[in-house]
Design a protein around this ligand. Structure first.
Ligand code: FCB
Length: 481
């Protein structure tokens, strides 16, 4: 039946995702204090156009309208993150009730519309106080390179679980710890903007620890029906050729992009090759006895965020541009590998981020993680694309995004057919928002946001996705229009 639609399993969760700093705004309201992203975005030269999340999509005030958008699109699930400095302003001590009330009301509104909430505890907005003021942090700062931040995260996880645990079943601890560690402390293109390779590796370990301690705190506070996972952004990393040197470059990047998290989280170990490759950067003495039992917590699901694959080779003559999708800094986010590996542009059309479109990377990852974490269900917790969308006559026509989504949903379907237990898909993003170092210049939304008026307009991709979600079926071909 070559023309039959691709049918997804019954109960497949069709959702959309956002993150607190990218949409909420209200940066100084109701007791919220600055996060590292407030500080970073207010530092000249760090974010394109000097954009900040001060107002963003004003979701803190427009959340009812935004839930209505999800409901009008017929989506079954919504992944959002809780702003740590909104609920525990200094990153320690008592919670702020108004902050928690906001998320309680949001969740109630979602549930009233039959939308399943998925809560992400940490989507990069560390309370600034934890970055600046840790005992022993000194002028270099505290933050994730310091062990105490992991302990603080566990306390915060317990607070949020206490407030939302009676109504939220799906929980993820961290979003993309790779970005927090290696873009935040290695290349410095993300907050807090530090460029210290050893600090980046320390941060990675303390994020692993935070995940483990946080998952434990969630387990202790949540009812048995709660499902606890983590959202990683594994790199679908491919060698340029099959030469031994290029295969070794692939191995190195797989270690630094993927196994640095999946080792501790899934297997309770850092692989020997990772430790050897980074030995000139750090001796890993910050890993204490027992840590790797903490980092390996039983997981109810794994979240996979995917945008684009990576292609690597042994280093070509220096000065070659680094096509790893994380440019914008002379500092490398790859400690110990920067002079040894070159990144090449993967084939495929480019999105507005200059990220190549290649859905096979998503299928490969879903199958690979099925093998690596047998019996652990998967969710695609982010996938989507930025394009230069422009309203015309009150409508926004974005056929490129429809094609992107069609290709990637076909890949999810193919992975399911080949045995991956994928339970849901969250489109990044529900609406255009603050795209980190790119500010508002990149639009990932299914819904267009006019930042002058805060008017939301569903793009044609939103209507297309709504149809797929309503029917649970993907047409074989992309319908024009
Ligand atoms: C991911 C982030 C998300 C969004 C997309 C485009 O790395 O988790 O917040 O910015 O990229």
């Amino acid at each position: 039946m070559p023309d039959a639609n691709l049918r997804f399993p019954p109960g497949f969760l069709w959702g959309a995702a956002t993150a607190a700093y990218q949409i909420e705004g209200a940066a100084r309201e109701d007791g919220r204090t600055p996060s590292i992203w407030d500080t970073f975005s207010h530092t000249p030269g760090k974010v394109l156009g000097g954009d900040t999340g001060d107002v963003a999509c004003d979701h803190y005030h427009r959340w009812r309208e935004d839930v209505r958008l999800l409901a009008d699109l017929g989506l079954k699930a919504y992944r959002f993150s809780v702003s740590w400095p909104r609920v525990q302003p200094t990153g320690r001590g008592p919670a702020v009730r108004r902050g928690l009330d906001f998320y309680r009301a949001l969740v109630d509104e979602l549930l009233a519309h039959g939308i399943t909430p998925m809560v992400t505890l940490y989507h990069w907005d560390l309370p600034q106080e934890l970055e600046s003021a840790l005992p022993g942090g000194g002028p270099a700062g505290g933050g994730w390179p310091e062990r105490d931040t992991a302990e603080r995260f566990a306390e915060y996880a317990g607070i949020v679980a206490g407030a939302l645990g009676d109504r939220v079943e799906l929980w993820t601890t961290l979003n993309e710890p790779w970005c927090s560690a290696f873009l935040g402390y290695g290349s410095g293109v993300h907050a807090p903007g530090r460029t210290d390779p050893a600090a980046a590796l320390r941060a990675a370990h303390h994020l692993n620890l935070a995940h483990g301690l946080g998952a434990r705190a969630l387990r202790a506070a949540l009812p048995a029906r709660a499902r606890i996972g983590v959202s990683l952004n594994p790199s679908a990393v491919r060698p340029l050729t099959s030469s031994p040197a290029d295969l070794d470059a692939r191995r190195r990047i797989d270690a630094l992009a993927n196994r640095v998290f999946t080792g501790p989280m899934l297997r309770g170990a850092y692989d020997d090759d990772l430790l050897a490759d980074t030995a000139r950067v750090t001796d890993w003495a910050f890993v204490r006895d027992g840590d790797l039992d903490v980092t390996r917590q039983p997981l109810d699901f794994l979240g996979i965020n995917y945008y684009s694959p990576a292609v690597v080779s042994a280093a070509s003559p220096s000065g070659a541009p680094r096509h790893d999708g994380h440019g914008g800094s002379d500092h490398s986010p790859w400690p110990g590998a920067d002079s040894l590996v070159s990144f090449h542009r993967a084939p495929g059309e480019l999105t507005a981020m200059d990220w190549p479109v290649d859905p096979t990377g998503l299928k490969d990852l879903l199958l690979e993680y099925t093998a690596q974490a047998p019996g652990v269900p998967l969710y695609v917790t982010e996938n989507g694309a930025a394009y230069d969308d422009k309203p015309e006559g009150g409508a926004v026509h974005d056929p490129d995004r429809v094609r992107y989504l069609h290709g990637h949903l076909s890949a999810v379907h193919a992975a399911i057919r080949e045995g991956a237990d994928v339970r849901g898909y969250f489109l990044w993003s529900l609406m255009d928002n603050f795209e980190w170092a790119y500010g508002y210049s990149k639009r990932f939304g299914a819904v267009y946001v006019d930042y002058e008026t805060q008017r939301r307009t569903p793009k044609s991709s939103a209507r297309w996705y709504a149809k797929v979600a309503a029917s649970g079926e993907l047409p074989q071909a992309v319908a024009e229009g």
